[in-house]
Design a protein. Sequence first.
Length: 236
Amino acid sequence: MWIKICGNTTLDDAQLAASHGADAVGFVFAPSPRRVTAEAVSRITPRLPETLEKYGVFVDADFEEIVSTVEQCGLTGVQLHSASNLAARLREHSASRLKIVQVLHYEPLPNGEPMQSGRLEAQLASLLQNDAVDAVLVDSRTADAVGGTGVSFDWQEARGSFSRAGKHLRLIAAGGLRPENVAEAISTLQPWGVDVASGVEASPGRKDPDRLREFLATARRAAEELKSAAAGKVSG
């Protein structure tokens, strides 16, 4: 189970995530209570473990801004909220050096009804053709925010789509995850990874050490239980 702790604004929080076994940390370079500057992040990343993945989260940034930020901050990955050709341009520019995560928003239909699984699968199917993308992060969104909303999407409705697309794509579940529900999300969706920001915070942009530790431990335990259950089915 790949786990990213996102929305970091301080060295202490990023180091705390690393010390408790996070695979990646994220820094938000977009309008948000968790927004950071490239200058600030460039002082944090050199003091983090080399093996820890370091992601920049971008919403409306253009190619040149992203490349400049990646180089200045020593980032190893980017999370893109744009549906443009940025992923392809970044892949061509960086070859395999940069990990690219594309965000797919699980949104309700215009009439307010829940998003239909067929619509989600169509979006996932289109990403199957995008070999520039390393993983797909499925997140919720609100009228005011495209991430860090603290709102979960409908896991039961999305379960079938995750199961089918997960055979071909690395799917990351995000949106409203917290220590109290991450085990349910992992059991229901069986994603490749999970991503959390607000669910482990004491306040926007500042992590709660106890909640962060609990989230990581609970997610790891839930993933191990899934693995054991799958192994039992095979042996049986």
